[in-house]
Design a protein around this ligand. Sequence first.
Ligand SMILES: NC(=O)c1ccc[n+]([C@@H]2O[C@H](COP(=O)([O-])OP(=O)(O)OC[C@H]3O[C@@H](n4cnc5c(N)ncnc54)[C@H](OP(=O)(O)O)[C@@H]3O)[C@@H](O)[C@H]2O)c1
Length: 414
Amino acid sequence: MAGRAFDVVVWGATGFTGRLVAEHLARDYKTGVKWALAGRNQERLEKVRLDLSEQYGSELQEVPILLGDIKDQSSLDSIAAQTHVVLSTAGPFALHGTPVVDAAVRSGAHYVDITGETPWVKTIIDGYHEEAARKGLRIVPCCGFDSTPFDLGALLVVEHMKRLGKEPAKIMNVVMGSKGGVSGGTIASGMNAFAEMKSNPALASESSNVYSLVPPAARGGDGEFWGVQWSKELGQYLAPFVMQACNNRVVHRSAYLLNYTSSHEFRYQEAIAAKSWLAAKSVQLGTLAVVAAMSQTWLHPLLKKVLPAQGEGPTRDMMVGGNFKNRVLGWTKEEGGTAPTLVQAEVGDPHRDGGYWGTSRMLLEAALCLAQQQKELDASKELQKGGVLTPASAMGMLLVERLRKAGQTYKILE
Ligand SMILES: NC(=O)c1ccc[n+]([C@@H]2O[C@H](COP(=O)([O-])OP(=O)(O)OC[C@H]3O[C@@H](n4cnc5c(N)ncnc54)[C@H](OP(=O)(O)O)[C@@H]3O)[C@@H](O)[C@H]2O)c1
């Protein structure tokens, strides 16, 4: 990829999350990174650039703007051919994502995004995994809050077990606390995913399988957690976590690509901690109600009227006054009745939300890891060198290290 003009191009830079990615670049990477803003609308891109230059310095007026149109493949090819990494925040990805991945793979660029739409990720694996693997291109969807902290949290625990000479039997990723908001783009993507599954029962059935992102021959007998149960390890009740629908599938793909176990019997679940049985029951029923409402497509126009519109999202105070904290519980696999060892980790950020500030940072650090740390990535014996990958299988502990430097917590609790 020598001779490319940019390390990273931010595709979707006019959106709520794309603007945050550009802001991190403008504020924290004033030197050392060659980047460009990209999207479909020159005027809106110029406005983003002007806002950045007013806040972070007039030199930002020099940041190039690249125009593309998802209906004009050659325009996307031309953008992808100029950069080491295409970073995309232009969702819903099931609607707008495939031509961008196509451009990256054909033009020889790595790619990262923040989709949580795993049915779409499956189509990308089916369509591009082999070619990307052959070309040594890392195509990495799900680099936001869905699923980076969950995927890397599981990896952290598995790596610790390896140092103990053990492998995991089960990992439970528990959301202990989370404060933030939601954007119109996320709501639109969720609604689109439900609408697509309603119109395509085969897709819905395949997507309901936690192994939907791994080949059939590598599937075990795991499932999702939809109950309420007491956790003696945490001294709290557990209720279902709605984003398991994405994270669970991503972690299973990492387990497959990184060989977490010698068999396919690795179990993975996610939950939210609650202080009482009643609180856990309310979360469970509330989550089921949200899923039921989102699956009623006739309700979508009504919901759109009361929920944030595309381009809108949480206030700055909600993001920089937000937080997230996950506890990862991992039990080792033991033979002959020996009690498993419990390994625990904490993942989070005490000062920023996970959904937008955190997501935009996770995505940017993933892109820069691919752009700037290629030699270290290539030198790793475990990491995948190409294909449609996960944060853990593409960047592993190198990304953990970058996120720690960016202020996020990734630590084993001894
Ligand atoms: N994984 C996570 O944890 C996580 C967190 C946050 C968001 N997300 C996902 O990220 C995506 C973006 O969310 P958001 O709130 O930032 O959305 P948003 O504000 O609506 O931004 C969407 C972006 O996509 C662009 N876009 C839309 N249609 C396009 C088209 N046909 N051609 C080219 N560009 C197009 C928009 O450009 P214009 O300005 O020109 O319309 C805009 O830049 C959503 O899919 C959301 O679900 C995931």
